[in-house]
Design a protein around this ligand. Structure first.
Ligand code: SF4
Length: 62
């Protein structure tokens, strides 16, 4: 199953992904979204988070 990754060079820390998928993404002290639950992606709507990310910073890897 593919898992989400965040490109920190692109992420602006807007928290949109965290609001949509709080089990998967969390914006940390460095102002970037971290993937805290890569295997939780099937219980939320990570594709929506990727679509809504203003920086297209969320990718999916196998
Ligand atoms: S939605 Fe995109 S820019 Fe916003 S915190 Fe998440 S990864 Fe970063």
């Amino acid at each position: 199953m593919s898992k989400p990754e965040v490109d920190w060079d692109a992420c602006e820390g807007c928290s949109t992904c965290e609001e949509l998928c709080p089990e998967v993404f969390k914006v940390m002290d460095n102002g970037k979204a971290h993937v805290i639950g890569p295997d939780k992606c099937n219980t939320c709507n990570c594709q929506e988070a990727a679509n809504m990310c203003p920086d297209q910073a969320i990718k999916f890897v196998d």
